[in-house]
Structures are given as C-alpha cells and as structure tokens.
Design a protein around this ligand. Sequence first.
Ligand code: HEC
Ligand code: HEC
Ligand code: HEC
Ligand code: HEC
Ligand code: HEC
Length: 218
Amino acid sequence: MTQIFRRSADTWLRAGLLLLIAGLSGGLLVALTLDSTDYRTGRNWVVEQPLPFSHAHHAGELKIDCRYCHSAVQSSAMASLPPTETCMSCHSQVWTNADVLEPLRKSLRELEPLHWQRVAKLPDYVYFHHGVHVNAGVGCSECHGQVDRMQLMFKAQPLNMGQCLACHRDPAPHLRPLEQVTNMQWKPSEDRRRLGERLMTARHIDTRGLTDCGTCHR
Ligand code: HEC
Ligand code: HEC
Ligand code: HEC
Ligand code: HEC
Ligand code: HEC
C-alpha cells in the first residue's frame, strides 16, 4: 500500500493536538482570571461626569453627611442621587460664578437634571436594597470604600456575587452602631466580632436564607 501521509505526519498531528489542548485550557484560565479582575468588575475606574464633583471636598473636608445628598438611602432600595436644587442650596451663594459650575446653573435654568454616570451598578437580574443594609448597621464604606477621600468617584469594591455572599454568610464583623453608618472614620472600640455578634442578636438578624439564590435573584 502506498503511504499517503509521511511517517512524520503522525508526530505532527499529536503535537498539533497537544498544542490545541494547551491553548484551550490556557484560554479558559485567562477567561476565569479576567472574570474577577478589576477590568471585568470595573473596580478603581473613574468615569467622565457632567462636572467634576468631589466627594473628598464635600463629604471629606466640608463634612456634609451622605444622607444630605443621598436622602433615600435609609428608607428605599435606591440611595438616590441629589437633584440640582440640593447643590444650589449652597451654590446659589458660594462659587456662584465658577466656570466648573456652569453645567449646574444650566441645569437649573433649563429645568433639565444633570445626567450623572453610574459608577456602582448591578445587573438588572440582581435585587438589592439599601435601606435593609443601612438599618442593619452595614456602613457605606463596607461597599463603597473611603468615599470621603475620593476626588472623583470610583468603584472601590467589586460588588460581585462573591462579595455579597462572603458577608451574607457571616455579617457580624461588618456591623456597627446605627449612628455610625455614614462615618468614614469609625473604628470599633472593642473586638469587632464580639460587638457584631451582640448587634446581630439585638437586631434579630438571621443569616438563614441570606445565601439562598432567591434572596438576590427574584
Ligand atoms: C451592602 C452594600 C452596600 C452598602 C452598605 C451601601 N451601598 Fe450604596 N450601593 C450598593 C450597590 C450594590 C449599589 C448598586 C445598586 C444597583 O445598581 O441596583 C449601590 C448604589 C449606590 C448609589 C447609586 C444610586 C442609587 O440610587 O442607589 C449611591 C448614591 C449609593 N449606593 C450610596 C450609598 C450610601 C450613601 C450608603 C451608606 C448610607 C450606601 N450606599 C451603602 C451597595 C451598598
Ligand atoms: C453644604 C454646601 C454645599 C453643597 C450642598 C454643595 N456644595 Fe459644592 N462646594 C461647596 C463649597 C463650600 C465649595 C468650595 C469653595 C472653596 O473651595 O472654597 C464647593 C465647591 C464645589 C466645586 C468646585 C470644585 C471643588 O470641589 O472644589 C464643585 C464642582 C461643586 N462644589 C459641585 C457641587 C455639586 C454638583 C453639588 C451637588 C451635588 C454641590 N457642589 C453641593 C459647598 C457645597
Ligand atoms: C453634596 C452632595 C453629596 C454628598 C454629601 C455625598 N454625595 Fe455621593 N454623590 C453625589 C453626586 C452628585 C454623585 C454623582 C456623581 C459622582 O458619581 O461623583 C454621587 C455619587 C455617589 C456614589 C456613586 C453611585 C453610582 O452608582 O454612581 C456613591 C457610592 C456615593 N455617592 C456615596 C456617598 C457616600 C458614602 C457619601 C458620604 C460619605 C456621599 N456619597 C456623600 C453627591 C453627594
Ligand atoms: C458587608 C455585609 C453585606 C454585604 C457586602 C451585602 N449584604 Fe446584603 N445583607 C446584609 C445583612 C446583614 C442583611 C440582613 C439584614 C436584616 O436581616 O436585617 C442583608 C440582607 C440582604 C437582602 C435581604 C433583603 C430583604 O428584604 O429580604 C438582600 C436582597 C441583600 N442583602 C442583597 C445583597 C446584595 C445583592 C449584595 C451584593 C451586591 C449584598 N446584599 C451585599 C449584609 C451584607
Ligand atoms: C447575596 C446576593 C446573591 C445571592 C444569594 C446569589 N447571588 Fe447570584 N449574583 C449576585 C450578584 C450581585 C451578581 C452579579 C454580579 C456578578 O457578576 O458577580 C450575581 C450573578 C449571578 C449569575 C451570573 C454570573 C455571571 O458571571 O454573569 C448567576 C448565574 C448567578 N448569580 C446564580 C446564582 C445562584 C445559582 C445562586 C444560589 C446558589 C445565587 N446566584 C445566589 C448576587 C447573589
């Protein structure tokens, strides 16, 4: 019988298959790694806003409480972003002619709200509720980081399923007294777990069900 393929073809075929398998598993590894990277979750990314609003200045130096601007955070699912009027309560008096504030004045003149770009955003198939967390004593910084130091807002935490579940399995070391939820400088005065366990009991927080798929995917 005549040989159609050269003897070496077999070796090439094996080598080719090996390369293919190595390539595929390598690709899978890259995909899995990328899945939890900052690139995928958008962590530490600054987005362009209609004007350069600084939390470091307003929440940090001027010490305006988060709830002055995010007024629904304790009562609703959404924290809410402030309307132009909230900014104008000060900026009709201070920095009235600053160029950077022109978009704010334009918004007031034309009764057109500013279109802030969202930084922390979950996919639509996930249910989240701010009020429940804030009233359980979970501080803003647990999920949003040191906002009082951010010149421009960025996502400091991945806010992915892994992060939600890690806390839902064991929330105690993440809890604090209710009057400290917006305090970015808060430090526990006693062992954090011991304090947390006590707060769990006092607030009747039950972790049963917190990791059920239907809690966040309804
Ligand atoms: C347990 C985690 C967690 C805590 C605690 C938390 N947030 Fe959030 N926050 C989120 C998530 C997740 C989103 C995105 C929600 C979405 O897209 O549905 C978000 C979105 C926001 C938004 C954007 C828009 C909106 O109306 O919801 C603001 C503003 C905000 N948070 C402010 C705050 C403030 C202020 C506090 C503290 C009083 C706080 N958050 C506490 C997780 C948290
Ligand atoms: C409680 C008062 C108050 C409120 C409310 C307020 N600001 Fe300011 N803002 C100030 C003061 C004071 C300055 C700084 C003046 C200075 O630097 O001496 C300032 C400065 C600024 C600047 C200049 C850049 C900087 O940060 O130094 C921008 C932009 C700005 N504010 C935007 C806003 C926007 C947008 C809102 C509403 C979401 C808002 N401010 C709400 C008091 C306020
Ligand atoms: C003077 C008003 C003001 C105060 C005070 C303020 N914020 Fe904001 N916040 C804004 C505005 C305006 C935006 C939208 C622009 C931006 O992302 O910077 C915003 C955006 C955010 C976002 C991003 C939400 C998203 O998904 O886009 C978070 C998180 C947030 N604020 C948390 C806080 C926390 C925590 C505090 C208190 C430490 C606080 N803010 C205090 C006005 C304020
Ligand atoms: C740092 C801790 C912490 C993180 C992070 C956290 N949670 Fe929670 N979550 C809690 C606690 C504590 C409760 C229970 C509150 C109670 O029972 O009073 C809760 C309750 C809930 C509930 C139940 C609300 C209800 O009405 O039944 C939902 C839904 C929820 N969380 C969604 C999320 C999602 C989605 C994420 C991630 C984006 C998340 N949580 C991240 C601590 C956390
Ligand atoms: C405490 C809240 C929470 C619970 C409980 C939860 N999830 Fe999620 N899940 C999330 C969040 C937030 C996201 C979106 C962010 C991300 O991609 O991680 C998500 C994303 C997903 C995705 C899409 C993943 C992707 O890469 O696009 C699937 C599938 C999923 N969840 C399945 C489940 C299943 C199955 C369960 C029950 C075993 C479950 N989840 C329980 C919060 C939760």
